[in-house]
Design a protein around this ligand. Structure first.
Ligand SMILES: Nc1ncnc2c1ncn2[C@@H]1O[C@H](COP(=O)(O)OP(=O)(O)OP(=O)(O)O)[C@@H](O)[C@H]1O
Length: 229
């Protein structure tokens, strides 16, 4: 992607919330919140279990409607902004576990073209490039269900990178990893921000593993958001 398409390093065009109220079931995640947060580098979205971190990521993608207000990412509402975002959810559905890892990445490459498949060879090449970028080539042809948590994270990252997004939203990318796995993933994420010039927003309870690499922390608590640099 051309450098001038990268928008995440322009702080004024980060995440903007205007009078946002967001609920999930009976939980009030955000109550009338207005805030602007730059999205360059790595942004840690933290908060206790059930605070609403996953819900906020999904609202940024337009997968969950707001009760009031608006969310803009790099100046765009969710429906447009998500074309520039990659998303790695907390878990991949069980139904997909039998498919080879590489199929998930190829499907993501196709899906971004509104269901118009790329010709077979370019699609394979793009999926292979993404898997190599995230260090997942060695196990790309094994069923996802037979991969370890760390290996699956790498496939999920390759999938999220399909379409050359400006911003990655990663839900708990360090969950279920041992210390060495967490360190490897943190190195990979730092490397991706530097090599690709993308921003990353991630949720995690592993604050120790991330200390020293996050650009800012956005704390979600009691219906509000607080930013620490
Ligand atoms: N579809 C839903 N229907 C009803 N309640 C929901 C739904 N999705 C989430 N919730 C509730 O909304 C709250 C926020 O959930 P969410 O998963 O966003 O929290 P979280 O901060 O990501 O938690 P964790 O750290 O445990 O992953 C929780 O109380 C959860 O039970």
């Amino acid at each position: 992607m051309a450098e001038n398409k990268r928008v995440c390093c322009q702080p004024e065009r980060g995440l903007v919330l205007r009078d946002v109220t967001l609920t999930a079931g009976s939980t009030c995640v955000l109550r009338d919140v207005s805030l602007t947060v730059p999205l360059s580098g790595i942004t840690l979205l933290s908060g206790r279990n059930g605070a609403g971190k996953s819900t906020l990521l999904r609202a940024m993608l337009g997968l969950i409607p707001l009760q009031a207000g608006e969310i803009l990412t790099h100046g765009l509402p969710p429906a447009q902004a998500r074309q520039h975002m990659g998303y790695m959810p907390q878990s991949i559905t069980d139904a997909a576990l039998l498919l080879p890892a590489v199929s998930h990445v190829r499907a993501a490459v196709d899906g971004l073209r509104w269901g118009l498949p790329l010709r077979l060879r370019p699609r394979r090449e793009e999926a292979d490039r993404l898997l190599e970028l995230t260090g997942a080539s060695a196990f790309a042809h094994r069923p996802l269900g037979l991969l370890s948590g760390g290996e699956r994270q790498r496939v999920g990252l390759a999938q999220a990178l399909a379409g050359n997004p400006d911003l990655l939203l990663l839900d708990e990318p360090l969950a279920a990893l041992d210390q060495a796995g967490q360190e490897r993933t943190v190195r990979l994420l730092t490397d991706l921000t530097a090599r690709l010039g993308i921003g990353i927003v991630l949720t995690s309870h592993e604050t120790e593993a991330l200390s020293g690499v996050v650009t800012r922390v956005v704390q979600l608590a009691d219906g509000g958001l607080h930013v620490r640099v």
